[in-house]
Design a protein around this ligand. Structure first.
Ligand code: IPE
Ligand code: IPE
Ligand code: MG
Length: 247
């Protein structure tokens, strides 16, 4: 008998990779891959909300992506801005709350304003939280959390002895959410590329060769189905083994 151990993951985190290769395969410039990838974002967001996922975190632009040619960086920032303008109303209508995580000091003032506005408009929505990681790096996240703890200690608001996993977690982006249950990386690479380093400690990892612009509702449902069959132990033993041991 095959055991189905999980239901729908409460939190899904995705590295949306492969836009450039998709464009190349279609004889198009890279930016066309990013544009078509934006359609996958819409489809995956709606599929997750429909399937009952409570939080979805999408890696849109990493700390390291700033090293790309200025024309590509500019195009990605423009696309992000247009997506915020165009999609915020739709997210709001779908009862989805938007949050942007990452080093905002590196974003343009115009983009920072758009992020703040979209967060403000959708702040009370309850169905699903959509986190967009932009100018985000797992190491940046841990570093900024450590800095805030050090400042709290210097101010005398905290004793270094009181620093534990919970206090560190509270300073990390998304520290108020459950860790991702399911991680997906499209595009065939099997690495984390400085995404959610703290949060992925016990996440189930799903890698697919499908390039992001081709990753649509069916692909998303296939990943959810794969997750449903995983057996999670969190360092313990299977519940069935536990019973056997007791017998
Ligand atoms: C992912 O696609 C989008 C971003 C990193 C912003 P890529 O642009 O990395 O596409 P590939 O990996 O070169 O195919
Ligand atoms: C990871 O993809 C970052 C995003 C999808 C935003 P990259 O294409 O930047 O990662 P590497 O360079 O293949 O590790
Ligand atoms: Mg890539």
């Amino acid at each position: 008998m095959t055991e189905t151990t999980n239901s729908v993951p409460a939190h899904v985190a995705i590295i949306m990779d492969g836009n450039g290769r998709w464009a190349e395969e279609h004889g198009e410039p890279r930016h066309q891959g990013h544009r078509v990838g934006a359609e996958s974002v819409r489809e995956v967001v709606e599929t997750c909300a429909r399937e009952g996922v409570r939080a979805l975190t999408l890696f849109a632009f990493s700390s390291e992506n700033w090293q790309r040619p200025p024309s590509e960086v500019g195009m990605l920032m423009e696309l992000f801005m247009r997506m915020l303008d165009r999609e915020t109303g739709r997210l709001h209508k779908n009862d989805i709350r938007l949050k942007v995580i990452g080093d905002r000091s590196r974003l343009s003032e115009r983009l920072r304003e758009r992020c703040a506005r979209a967060e403000q408009v959708t702040r009370s929505n309850q169905r699903m939280q959509l986190n967009i990681a932009a100018s985000y790096g797992g190491r940046w996240d841990l570093t900024q959390a450590a800095k805030h703890l050090a400042q709290a200690c210097l101010r005398g608001d905290m004793d270094p002895e009181d620093i534990d996993e919970a206090t560190l977690q509270s300073g990390i982006c998304l520290g108020d959410l459950p860790d991702p249950d399911l991680f997906i990386r499209t595009g065939g690479e099997q690495r984390i590329s400085n995404f959610l380093l703290w949060h992925l400690a016990y996440t189930e990892m799903y890698f697919t060769p499908v390039l992001w612009p081709a990753f649509r509702a069916d692909e998303m449902r296939a990943a959810l189905e794969w997750f449903a069959g995983r057996q999670r132990r969190f360092g313990g033993v299977r519940a069935a083994d536990d019973l056997q041991h007791d017998a």
